[in-house]
Design a protein around this ligand. Structure first.
Ligand SMILES: CSC[C@@H](O)[C@@H](O)C(=O)COP(=O)(O)O
Length: 366
């Protein structure tokens, strides 16, 4: 992604031995970067959602483990860093996947060799994420081109939920990678951006990055998607996922399920874009996925910028009303038209995923 004419990634190694990130809690009002200099910084950044989105959480956790090994490379230090990071967010499987990769790469080494090796593994995870998202973007862009060919000269309207974009990955995004690639290929397209209450990742982050990329888009209230689908104003939906079972059930930001139901009712194709690191090969039923329960204040309060540039938070709900805030929901495979992966587009089923990833499908289900 180019920002002010300069290429950016969402996470990088800085000159001083730290790890740079974009503080996503400041967007869209200000673009600020910060340095993760310790295990503690990395754990806080993931927990408070300064970095977020399944693939980026994975990369940040990998760097966090490397920072932890820099502080204490012993077995005890490794275990402590692993535990601290694994506890930060429960739903995105990429977190555990990336931590597992770094642990496997260092555990047989002498302590003094561990930090360097862990940083190299974290770099590899980040680089692979870029290549994988670019690859799945190519498959998804073909899909968009096919839809465009059926309505020559007219705009393809794509609905997306939450931010499964550039900001949620190291580069490209998952749901947005096909959009960016089709847009760059000259396909006329427009994106309906669900605001995605309660944290507004759509209104704050997806809108911000589509703006920077010059992609035409419109932010809508979460409740508007079904209406637009009924009126033929959505050609396809593409969303991301935090964890996908081996049978193709998809866990993604709360509200995704309702969009999939509406799409099913209206005959709108509903696709999920994902790197294979988001597949949990041990699970056969999406209902087994742990759902993060987040702070009630995300529902009862909302923040925004005043006309004179101040960021303020205001309360929406009456004092005394209860609030609940499940962060994710599960869309059953039967509502999903296809899974866009780095190896191609699979039907959302055990057979579909096993055909694309035969070596991973041999993992035993729990
Ligand atoms: C490419 S990201 C896919 C998902 O991680 C994304 O859709 C999502 O649900 C992000 O949730 P978040 O709570 O903002 O981390």
């Amino acid at each position: 992604m180019q920002i002010d004419g300069k290429p950016w990634r969402t996470i990088w190694r800085d000159q001083a031995g730290g790890v740079g990130i974009i503080d996503q809690t400041c967007l869209p009002h200000s673009f600020e970067t910060l340095t993760l200099a310790s295990l503690q910084d990395a754990a806080v950044a993931i927990r408070t959602m300064q970095v977020r989105g399944a693939p980026l959480i994975g990369a940040a956790a990998a760097y966090g483990l490397a920072l932890g090994l820099d502080e204490d490379p012993t077995d005890i230090g490794l275990e402590r860093a692993h535990r601290a990071l694994a506890e930060t967010r429960p739903t995105a499987i990429n977190l555990r996947w990336a931590l597992g990769r770094v642990v496997d790469s260092v555990c047989a080494l002498l302590p003094e060799a561990r930090a360097e090796r862990a940083f190299a593994e974290a770099d590899a995870i980040a680089e692979e994420d870029v290549a994988i998202n670019a690859a799945l973007g190519r498959f998804g862009a073909e899909l968009i081109k096919e839809i465009a060919s059926k309505k020559p000269g007219r705009t393809v309207n794509i609905l997306t939920h939450c931010n499964a974009g550039w900001l949620a990955t190291v580069d490209w995004g998952t749901a947005t990678a096909p959009i960016y690639q089709a847009f760059q290929a000259g396909i006329p397209l427009h994106v309906w951006v669900d605001e995605t209450r309660p944290r507004n990742q759509g209104a704050f982050l997806t809108a911000w990055e589509l703006n920077h990329a010059g992609v035409p888009h419109t932010v809508i209230a979460d409740n508007a998607g079904g209406h637009l689908m009924q009126h033929g104003q959505v050609d396809l939906a593409i969303v991301g996922t935090d964890r996908t079972t081996r049978t193709g059930d998809v866990c993604n930001k709360i509200g995704t399920y309702l969009k999939a139901l509406a799409a099913h009712d209206c005959g709108v194709p509903f696709y999920v874009a994902l790197p294979s690191s988001t597949i949990d090969w041990t699970l056969t039923d999406g209902r087994a996925i742990p759902i993060e329960e987040r702070a009630g204040t995300e529902v009862s309060h909302i923040s925004g910028r005043t006309a004179d540039g101040r960021i303020v938070e205001v309360q929406l709900t009456p004092n005394g009303s209860g609030v609940a805030n499940p962060g994710f929901d599960v869309t059953p495979a039967r509502l999903i038209t296809g899974l866009i992966t780095e190896r191609g587009i699979a039907p959302a089923s055990a057979e579909g995923l096993a055909a694309l990833f035969p070596e991973r499908a041999r993992t035993r289900a729990a």
